[in-house]
Design a protein around this ligand. Structure first.
Ligand code: UDP
Ligand code: MG
Length: 320
Protein backbone atom coordinates (compact mmCIF):
# COMPACT_ATOMS: atom_id res chain seq x y z
CA UNK A 1 0.00 0.00 0.00
CA UNK A 2 1.29 3.43 -0.86
CA UNK A 3 1.85 5.90 1.97
CA UNK A 4 -0.51 8.85 2.26
CA UNK A 5 2.09 11.20 3.71
CA UNK A 6 5.67 11.68 2.53
CA UNK A 7 8.11 13.66 4.61
CA UNK A 8 11.10 14.82 2.60
CA UNK A 9 14.34 15.71 4.35
CA UNK A 10 17.56 16.68 2.54
CA UNK A 11 20.67 15.62 4.41
CA UNK A 12 24.11 17.12 4.00
CA UNK A 13 26.61 16.16 6.69
CA UNK A 14 23.98 15.85 9.40
CA UNK A 15 25.37 12.93 11.42
CA UNK A 16 24.87 14.93 14.60
CA UNK A 17 21.17 15.56 14.06
CA UNK A 18 19.92 12.42 12.29
CA UNK A 19 18.94 10.40 15.35
CA UNK A 20 17.13 13.25 17.01
CA UNK A 21 15.45 14.02 13.69
CA UNK A 22 14.27 10.45 13.35
CA UNK A 23 13.07 10.36 16.95
CA UNK A 24 10.96 13.49 16.62
CA UNK A 25 9.68 12.75 13.14
CA UNK A 26 8.71 9.18 13.97
CA UNK A 27 6.74 10.38 17.00
CA UNK A 28 4.81 12.63 14.66
CA UNK A 29 4.40 9.88 12.05
CA UNK A 30 3.00 7.49 14.67
CA UNK A 31 0.27 9.93 15.50
CA UNK A 32 -0.84 10.59 11.92
CA UNK A 33 -4.16 9.16 10.76
CA UNK A 34 -2.66 7.35 7.74
CA UNK A 35 0.57 5.62 6.76
CA UNK A 36 3.58 7.84 6.18
CA UNK A 37 7.03 7.49 4.67
CA UNK A 38 10.16 9.38 5.56
CA UNK A 39 12.22 10.15 2.45
CA UNK A 40 15.81 11.01 3.32
CA UNK A 41 17.97 12.44 0.56
CA UNK A 42 21.67 12.21 1.13
CA UNK A 43 23.14 15.14 -0.74
CA UNK A 44 26.67 13.81 -1.09
CA UNK A 45 27.56 13.97 2.60
CA UNK A 46 31.10 13.10 3.52
CA UNK A 47 30.49 12.27 7.14
CA UNK A 48 28.64 9.22 8.54
CA UNK A 49 25.22 10.44 7.43
CA UNK A 50 24.73 7.82 4.71
CA UNK A 51 25.53 4.86 6.93
CA UNK A 52 23.24 6.25 9.64
CA UNK A 53 20.51 6.61 7.02
CA UNK A 54 21.02 2.98 5.96
CA UNK A 55 20.67 1.90 9.59
CA UNK A 56 17.46 3.85 10.00
CA UNK A 57 16.12 2.19 6.86
CA UNK A 58 17.01 -1.25 8.25
CA UNK A 59 15.26 -0.53 11.52
CA UNK A 60 12.14 1.10 10.15
CA UNK A 61 10.60 0.22 6.80
CA UNK A 62 8.91 3.61 6.63
CA UNK A 63 12.31 5.17 6.05
CA UNK A 64 13.31 5.23 2.38
CA UNK A 65 16.30 7.04 1.01
CA UNK A 66 18.14 8.16 -2.04
CA UNK A 67 21.75 9.10 -2.17
CA UNK A 68 22.90 11.60 -4.76
CA UNK A 69 26.25 10.80 -6.31
CA UNK A 70 27.72 14.08 -5.09
CA UNK A 71 26.66 17.31 -3.41
CA UNK A 72 24.12 18.95 -5.68
CA UNK A 73 22.81 21.52 -3.23
CA UNK A 74 19.70 21.80 -1.14
CA UNK A 75 17.20 22.77 -3.83
CA UNK A 76 18.20 19.89 -6.09
CA UNK A 77 18.17 17.45 -3.17
CA UNK A 78 14.61 18.49 -2.39
CA UNK A 79 13.72 18.16 -6.07
CA UNK A 80 15.04 14.59 -6.07
CA UNK A 81 12.93 13.88 -3.00
CA UNK A 82 9.85 15.29 -4.70
CA UNK A 83 10.52 13.05 -7.71
CA UNK A 84 10.54 9.94 -5.53
CA UNK A 85 7.97 10.71 -2.83
CA UNK A 86 4.83 8.65 -3.24
CA UNK A 87 2.38 10.22 -0.80
CA UNK A 88 -0.75 12.18 -1.57
CA UNK A 89 0.58 14.83 0.75
CA UNK A 90 4.23 15.84 0.77
CA UNK A 91 5.98 17.81 3.49
CA UNK A 92 9.46 19.29 3.02
CA UNK A 93 11.54 19.99 6.10
CA UNK A 94 15.14 20.62 7.09
CA UNK A 95 17.22 18.01 8.83
CA UNK A 96 18.47 20.31 11.55
CA UNK A 97 15.08 20.56 13.29
CA UNK A 98 14.83 24.27 12.63
CA UNK A 99 11.51 23.32 11.09
CA UNK A 100 9.69 21.61 13.97
CA UNK A 101 8.07 18.36 12.73
CA UNK A 102 5.43 18.80 15.42
CA UNK A 103 3.85 21.42 13.17
CA UNK A 104 2.97 18.82 10.54
CA UNK A 105 -0.42 17.80 11.99
CA UNK A 106 -1.50 21.45 11.93
CA UNK A 107 -0.43 21.66 8.29
CA UNK A 108 -2.37 18.52 7.46
CA UNK A 109 -5.36 20.06 9.19
CA UNK A 110 -5.19 22.92 6.69
CA UNK A 111 -4.86 20.44 3.84
CA UNK A 112 -8.05 18.77 5.05
CA UNK A 113 -9.72 22.16 4.84
CA UNK A 114 -8.91 22.19 1.13
CA UNK A 115 -5.58 23.99 0.79
CA UNK A 116 -3.09 22.51 -1.67
CA UNK A 117 -0.09 24.45 -0.36
CA UNK A 118 0.55 25.19 3.29
CA UNK A 119 3.81 27.02 3.91
CA UNK A 120 5.29 27.81 7.28
CA UNK A 121 6.06 31.44 7.86
CA UNK A 122 8.67 32.49 10.39
CA UNK A 123 7.63 35.09 12.88
CA UNK A 124 10.99 34.98 14.56
CA UNK A 125 14.40 33.45 14.10
CA UNK A 126 15.82 32.35 17.37
CA UNK A 127 19.55 32.70 17.92
CA UNK A 128 20.55 33.44 14.37
CA UNK A 129 23.18 36.14 13.86
CA UNK A 130 22.21 39.73 13.05
CA UNK A 131 23.89 39.49 9.66
CA UNK A 132 21.83 36.47 8.58
CA UNK A 133 18.65 38.08 9.90
CA UNK A 134 19.40 41.40 8.24
CA UNK A 135 20.29 39.91 4.84
CA UNK A 136 17.32 37.53 4.92
CA UNK A 137 15.00 40.37 5.92
CA UNK A 138 16.19 42.61 3.09
CA UNK A 139 16.24 39.86 0.50
CA UNK A 140 12.70 38.64 1.10
CA UNK A 141 11.33 42.16 0.84
CA UNK A 142 13.36 42.94 -2.28
CA UNK A 143 12.18 39.75 -3.90
CA UNK A 144 8.58 40.46 -2.99
CA UNK A 145 8.81 43.79 -4.79
CA UNK A 146 10.63 42.55 -7.85
CA UNK A 147 9.18 39.12 -8.53
CA UNK A 148 6.40 38.56 -11.03
CA UNK A 149 4.60 36.19 -8.68
CA UNK A 150 3.66 36.90 -5.12
CA UNK A 151 6.31 35.11 -3.06
CA UNK A 152 5.35 35.39 0.60
CA UNK A 153 7.99 36.96 2.82
CA UNK A 154 9.91 35.05 5.50
CA UNK A 155 8.99 31.62 4.24
CA UNK A 156 11.53 28.93 3.63
CA UNK A 157 11.10 25.55 2.03
CA UNK A 158 9.25 24.13 5.03
CA UNK A 159 5.82 23.43 3.58
CA UNK A 160 3.11 20.94 2.80
CA UNK A 161 2.27 20.24 -0.83
CA UNK A 162 -0.62 18.36 -2.33
CA UNK A 163 0.17 15.62 -4.87
CA UNK A 164 -1.32 17.80 -7.62
CA UNK A 165 1.26 20.53 -6.92
CA UNK A 166 4.14 18.07 -6.65
CA UNK A 167 3.25 16.57 -10.02
CA UNK A 168 3.40 20.05 -11.51
CA UNK A 169 6.74 20.80 -9.85
CA UNK A 170 8.11 17.48 -11.12
CA UNK A 171 7.02 18.37 -14.63
CA UNK A 172 8.87 21.68 -14.55
CA UNK A 173 12.08 21.25 -16.49
CA UNK A 174 14.09 24.15 -15.12
CA UNK A 175 17.35 23.47 -13.37
CA UNK A 176 17.76 26.72 -11.52
CA UNK A 177 15.17 25.68 -9.05
CA UNK A 178 14.01 28.16 -6.51
CA UNK A 179 11.39 25.96 -4.94
CA UNK A 180 9.66 28.66 -2.90
CA UNK A 181 9.14 30.63 -6.07
CA UNK A 182 7.93 27.68 -8.13
CA UNK A 183 5.60 26.77 -5.30
CA UNK A 184 4.00 30.21 -5.44
CA UNK A 185 3.98 30.17 -9.21
CA UNK A 186 1.73 27.10 -9.49
CA UNK A 187 -1.11 28.87 -7.71
CA UNK A 188 -3.97 26.86 -6.15
CA UNK A 189 -5.25 27.50 -2.66
CA UNK A 190 -2.29 28.51 -0.52
CA UNK A 191 -2.16 29.41 3.12
CA UNK A 192 0.41 29.88 5.83
CA UNK A 193 0.89 28.82 9.38
CA UNK A 194 3.12 30.90 11.62
CA UNK A 195 5.99 29.54 13.64
CA UNK A 196 9.07 30.64 15.51
CA UNK A 197 12.19 29.22 13.97
CA UNK A 198 14.29 27.29 16.45
CA UNK A 199 18.05 27.34 16.36
CA UNK A 200 19.81 24.46 14.62
CA UNK A 201 19.77 21.31 16.78
CA UNK A 202 23.43 20.41 16.25
CA UNK A 203 26.25 20.74 13.77
CA UNK A 204 27.29 23.61 11.55
CA UNK A 205 25.14 25.61 9.17
CA UNK A 206 25.43 23.94 5.76
CA UNK A 207 24.29 26.98 3.88
CA UNK A 208 27.45 29.03 3.74
CA UNK A 209 27.21 32.71 2.92
CA UNK A 210 28.10 32.05 -0.69
CA UNK A 211 25.44 29.33 -1.00
CA UNK A 212 22.82 31.64 0.50
CA UNK A 213 23.94 34.45 -1.78
CA UNK A 214 23.72 32.11 -4.77
CA UNK A 215 20.23 31.07 -3.75
CA UNK A 216 19.20 34.70 -3.39
CA UNK A 217 20.52 35.68 -6.83
CA UNK A 218 18.83 32.63 -8.25
CA UNK A 219 15.52 33.59 -6.70
CA UNK A 220 15.75 37.10 -8.10
CA UNK A 221 16.90 36.13 -11.57
CA UNK A 222 14.48 33.23 -11.91
CA UNK A 223 11.46 35.26 -10.93
CA UNK A 224 12.12 38.76 -12.14
CA UNK A 225 13.49 40.51 -15.18
CA UNK A 226 13.54 43.87 -13.44
CA UNK A 227 17.34 43.73 -12.93
CA UNK A 228 17.72 43.69 -16.72
CA UNK A 229 15.73 46.87 -16.89
CA UNK A 230 17.90 48.60 -14.30
CA UNK A 231 20.67 49.12 -16.85
CA UNK A 232 18.18 50.70 -19.24
CA UNK A 233 17.10 53.14 -16.56
CA UNK A 234 20.65 53.96 -15.54
CA UNK A 235 21.56 54.37 -19.21
CA UNK A 236 18.70 56.78 -19.79
CA UNK A 237 19.65 58.75 -16.72
CA UNK A 238 23.28 58.92 -17.86
CA UNK A 239 22.17 60.10 -21.30
CA UNK A 240 20.19 62.97 -19.79
CA UNK A 241 23.12 63.95 -17.59
CA UNK A 242 25.43 63.79 -20.62
CA UNK A 243 23.19 66.09 -22.62
CA UNK A 244 23.04 68.68 -19.86
CA UNK A 245 26.79 68.45 -19.41
CA UNK A 246 27.43 68.91 -23.12
CA UNK A 247 25.38 72.09 -23.22
CA UNK A 248 27.06 73.42 -20.07
CA UNK A 249 30.56 72.60 -21.22
CA UNK A 250 30.05 74.18 -24.64
CA UNK A 251 28.57 77.28 -23.03
CA UNK A 252 31.50 77.64 -20.62
CA UNK A 253 34.04 77.03 -23.35
CA UNK A 254 32.62 79.61 -25.74
CA UNK A 255 31.16 82.36 -23.55
CA UNK A 256 33.07 82.30 -20.27
CA UNK A 257 36.49 83.99 -20.62
CA UNK A 258 38.39 82.01 -17.98
CA UNK A 259 36.63 78.74 -18.58
CA UNK A 260 36.35 76.47 -15.54
CA UNK A 261 36.42 73.45 -17.86
CA UNK A 262 40.01 72.43 -17.52
CA UNK A 263 38.68 69.14 -16.40
CA UNK A 264 41.00 66.13 -16.17
CA UNK A 265 39.34 65.27 -12.86
CA UNK A 266 35.89 65.50 -14.41
CA UNK A 267 36.90 63.23 -17.26
CA UNK A 268 38.44 60.62 -14.98
CA UNK A 269 35.38 60.52 -12.75
CA UNK A 270 33.07 60.28 -15.74
CA UNK A 271 35.07 57.47 -17.32
CA UNK A 272 35.19 55.43 -14.14
CA UNK A 273 31.53 55.99 -13.41
CA UNK A 274 30.39 54.94 -16.86
CA UNK A 275 32.85 52.06 -16.91
CA UNK A 276 31.37 50.78 -13.65
CA UNK A 277 27.83 51.15 -14.90
CA UNK A 278 28.67 49.20 -18.04
CA UNK A 279 30.43 46.40 -16.20
CA UNK A 280 27.57 46.00 -13.75
CA UNK A 281 25.10 45.90 -16.63
CA UNK A 282 27.14 43.26 -18.41
CA UNK A 283 27.28 41.31 -15.16
CA UNK A 284 23.51 41.38 -14.83
CA UNK A 285 23.14 40.29 -18.45
CA UNK A 286 25.61 37.52 -17.72
CA UNK A 287 23.44 36.17 -14.89
CA UNK A 288 20.60 35.67 -17.32
CA UNK A 289 22.71 34.36 -20.17
CA UNK A 290 24.47 31.94 -17.84
CA UNK A 291 21.11 30.53 -16.87
CA UNK A 292 20.04 30.18 -20.47
CA UNK A 293 23.26 28.26 -21.05
CA UNK A 294 22.56 25.97 -18.11
CA UNK A 295 19.07 25.28 -19.36
CA UNK A 296 20.04 24.46 -22.94
CA UNK A 297 22.75 22.05 -21.87
CA UNK A 298 19.87 19.98 -20.62
CA UNK A 299 21.84 17.77 -18.28
CA UNK A 300 19.95 15.69 -15.74
CA UNK A 301 19.32 17.58 -12.51
CA UNK A 302 21.20 15.05 -10.41
CA UNK A 303 22.85 11.66 -10.53
CA UNK A 304 21.87 8.90 -8.16
CA UNK A 305 24.23 6.67 -6.25
CA UNK A 306 21.83 4.55 -4.27
CA UNK A 307 18.09 4.20 -3.79
CA UNK A 308 16.26 2.05 -1.28
CA UNK A 309 12.85 1.59 0.23
CA UNK A 310 10.64 2.52 -2.69
CA UNK A 311 9.18 -0.82 -3.78
CA UNK A 312 7.60 0.79 -6.78
CA UNK A 313 9.31 3.74 -8.41
CA UNK A 314 6.93 6.55 -9.25
CA UNK A 315 6.61 7.55 -12.91
CA UNK A 316 8.33 10.92 -12.57
CA UNK A 317 11.43 9.41 -11.07
CA UNK A 318 13.83 10.92 -13.59
CA UNK A 319 14.32 14.61 -13.86
CA UNK A 320 13.34 14.70 -17.52
N1 UDP B 1 21.51 20.89 2.72
C1 UDP B 1 21.67 20.06 1.62
N2 UDP B 1 22.65 20.34 0.72
C2 UDP B 1 23.49 21.42 0.83
C3 UDP B 1 23.30 22.29 1.94
C4 UDP B 1 22.29 22.00 2.86
O1 UDP B 1 20.93 19.10 1.45
O2 UDP B 1 24.35 21.61 -0.01
C5 UDP B 1 20.44 20.59 3.70
C6 UDP B 1 20.89 20.50 5.15
O3 UDP B 1 21.33 19.21 5.48
C7 UDP B 1 19.63 20.88 5.89
C8 UDP B 1 18.98 21.88 4.96
O4 UDP B 1 19.55 21.67 3.68
O5 UDP B 1 18.75 19.78 6.04
C9 UDP B 1 19.16 23.32 5.41
O6 UDP B 1 20.51 23.61 5.62
P1 UDP B 1 21.00 24.53 6.83
O7 UDP B 1 20.23 24.22 8.04
O8 UDP B 1 22.46 24.42 6.93
O9 UDP B 1 20.64 25.97 6.28
P2 UDP B 1 19.71 27.13 6.88
O10 UDP B 1 18.54 27.14 5.96
O11 UDP B 1 19.35 26.79 8.27
O12 UDP B 1 20.54 28.34 6.76
MG1 MG C 1 19.13 25.21 9.25
Amino acid sequence: MLPTYSLIVPIYNEEATLHELYRRVSLVMNRLDAPAELVLINDGSHDRSLSLIRELHQEDSRVCYLSLARNFGHQIAVTAGLNFARGRVIVILDADLQDPPELIPAMIEKWNQGYQVVYAQRTQRRKEGWFKRFTAYTFYRLLKNLADVEIPIDTGDFCLLDRQVVDLLNAMPERNRYIRGLRSWVGFQQTSIKFERDPRFAGEVKYTFSKSFGLAVNGLVSFSIVPLRISTYVGLFAAVVALVMAVLVLYWRIFVPHSPVTGLATIIVAIFFLGAVQLVSIGILGEYIGRIYEEVKNRPLYTLGEVAGFERQPEASRSR
